[in-house]
Design a protein around this ligand. Structure first.
Ligand code: PBG
Length: 329
């Protein structure tokens, strides 16, 4: 007789060899589930490294185009573009300027990859306003919800005109999905989809992104429009349902890692695909630990993304999208 001299439990039996573990695995990451965020900045001659996000850069138009082509080559599902304009003002004028940086970069991306992967645009004002808030401000410095919706509608049309196949409103204004759906439909873009950042928490884990997109609020914070991490997942479910009722095609939860319960709850409550944003702080934290030799980088990345999928995300936005997709092929 070979084999162990003790009774092996059922769960353990399927862990014995790599082949058994592969056979029994229930969650996988497909390259096409991944979306790469791309930062493109106006008026720079060469890519600018983002210190707090080692390996991520602010792209020139040319290097953004290359990054999009590489992502497509690696088999990712899509890219989402963030623009950083040379000039910012109170109303974020560059956001819906047909010659604005993100519109130009969208045109470049579509010229490069067509419809072979999904080309998306983040739809918000914080990268474009000089005050760094996600909307227009009232005289007293509060975000003016309804005036902001008019800006979002104009941005949606500009992004769709530039070739965006999906727009991703990330400002957490009430009624933003309905306003954008209406604007798209009445301007001949009823085929452009909306990926709503439905459950977006006021999180410290966006810190490095604010370096990347140069959009830290110049006063105050986003706590009056983004969600409180101390609220239960039911609030996120309500937000997601509202967005679906307003016309969202995909709902998103953000950040991902600390909010896996929210991902699960939303997945069980809506019929549309659920995306989760593996945000900048999650990226930087892991990269910093890896750079110090404190963690096995490749395994940790895989584990992080698998965990997000296991929680129920259909789509994962991650700065590792291209690398991971290439590794998975
Ligand atoms: C807002 C926006 C933010 C992120 C994506 N869209 C920043 C914020 O709300 O402050 C954060 C993404 C990340 O941290 O990776 N346009």
């Amino acid at each position: 007789m070979t084999g162990p001299a003790y009774p092996v439990s059922r769960p353990r039996r399927l862990r014995r060899t790599a082949a058994l573990r592969r056979l029994a695995s229930q969650v996988s990451v497909d390259p096409t589930d991944l979306v790469l965020p791309v930062f493109v900045k106006e008026g720079i001659e060469a890519p600018v490294p983002i210190e707090s996000m080692p390996g991520v850069v602010q792209h020139t138009r040319e290097s953004a185009r290359k990054a999009v082509a590489e992502a497509a080559q690696a088999g990712v599902g899509g890219v989402i573009l963030f623009g950083i304009p040379a000039v910012k003002d109170a109303r974020g004028s560059a956001a819906d300027d047909p010659d604005g940086i993100v519109q130009r970069a969208l045109g470049d991306a579509v010229a490069e990859v067509g419809e072979s992967i999904v080309v998306m645009a983040d739809l918000c004002l914080d990268e474009y306003t000089d005050h760094g808030h996600c909307g227009l401000l009232t005289a007293s410095g509060d975000v003016d919800n309804d005036a902001t919706l008019e800006r979002y509608a104009a941005i949606a049309i500009a992004q769709a005109s530039a070739g965006a196949q999906v727009v991703g409103p990330s400002g957490m204004m009430d009624g933003q999905v309905a306003a954008i759906r209406d604007a798209l439909d009445s301007n001949g873009f009823s085929d452009v989809a909306i990926m709503a950042y439905s459950a977006k928490y006021a999180s410290s884990f966006y810190g490095p992104f604010r370096d990347a997109a140069e959009c830290a609020p110049q006063f105050g914070d986003r706590a009056s429009y983004q969600q409180d991490p101390a609220r239960a997942a039911a609030e996120a479910v309500e937000e997601a349902r509202l967005d679906v009722a307003e016309g969202a095609d995909i709902v998103m939860i953000k950040p991902a890692i600390g909010y896996l319960d929210v991902v699960r709850a939303v997945r069980e409550s809506v019929g549309v695909p659920v995306a989760a944003y593996n945000v900048s702080g999650e990226y930087s934290m892991l990269e910093a630990a890896a750079a110090n030799g404190w963690i096995d980088r490749d395994r940790a990345i895989r584990e992080m993304v698998i965990s997000i999928k296991r929680a129920g995300a259909d789509i994962v936005l991650t700065y590792w999208a291209t690398e991971l997709a290439a590794r998975l092929r």
